[in-house]
Design a protein around this ligand. Sequence first.
Ligand code: SF4
Length: 377
Amino acid sequence: MIKTLKSRNILAVLFSTRTFPVKQALFEDRIITEHCVKTGLSKSLFLTAAAMYCAKNINSDEVIDYTSSVATSITETIWTMIIMKKCTLCPRNCKTDRTNSKGICGAESKAIVARASLHKWEEPCISYKNGAGTVFFSGCNLHCCFCQNNIISNGLYGKEISDRKLADIFLSLQDSGADNIDLVTPTHFAINIINALDMIKHKLSIPVVYNCGGYESVETLNLLNGYIDIYLPDIKYFSPEISRNYSNAPDYFEIASKAVLTMIKQVGKLRYNYEGGLSKGTIIRHLVLPSHRHDSMKIIDWIAENTSADDVMVSIMNQYTPFDFISDEFPELKRRVTKMEYNSVVNHAAESGINGFAQQKSSASEEYVPDFDLSGV
Ligand code: SF4
């Protein structure tokens, strides 16, 4: 039985189960209201989840004071449970119950990781000394038809881990000298990442990088405020037709452009440490696709018009690889990007006054794809 009592700004959750006659937990009304606004769920659903949590985790004679850190972590955990019940973490908004099924991204409630290791091939200010501490998450909310990490993004290869284990992986990467914690395709596991960072943030002294596909919801980015130091989003497509064809996301540019502006506002200007490594800021990545250089140039134009060189760098990537799995439906994708195509985009960026990075042609190879072998997991 669950009863809720309201007194001033405190909500008391009283409930009994067969095993424990009465348990009580107190939550500050403001905290509950904040979580309900964030999740779009009702207070009654929140309180039901609170009771479920407390029945499992709190001793019968214990009263949890809303002012204690324990109460805060309980509300965070309850909030996780609620989000996972009706997921709206990304713009797909598929409302999947991730406690018993997979969303469009392929994810259930626990994080899946395919590799955690030092990686020397990110941009020079991200991999500047020992390498980025990459954590490759499995699953993806975009499912691009040409994805170089297809085995994990669509194939879901990887190991399911607890948030505690994820926190330990972050610390272990830091201990091995990682320049940062580089979260690769993290969107659908944003809540697991927040939980893991909450456990160890007092021990983490290197920046956290959010290395994502750009198809992000502003609400989820707001939840990440204070946890992320560097955003490394893609802007993949400008045209709705291209994004519909390759990622089934006709609203990709509309969503990604809003997300990128939110990221820039959140982390502010580009800042560096004394070794030249990026400590804060945003780098926008763009992979040039064969036959679509004009679409790339429209993205460059948008960046030039809407961002400042103090806030943003642009990394123009040349590693497109025509893998065998690419559908015959897209014959234009079955070749590499020509030198003329790539250089025309890079020159356009330079003429637009954009700062950033271009990539050597030699990186357009299947060898560039990391081994997804559960290293470090
Ligand atoms: S993160 Fe996954 S489950 Fe959640 S809304 Fe996006 S696609 Fe759906």
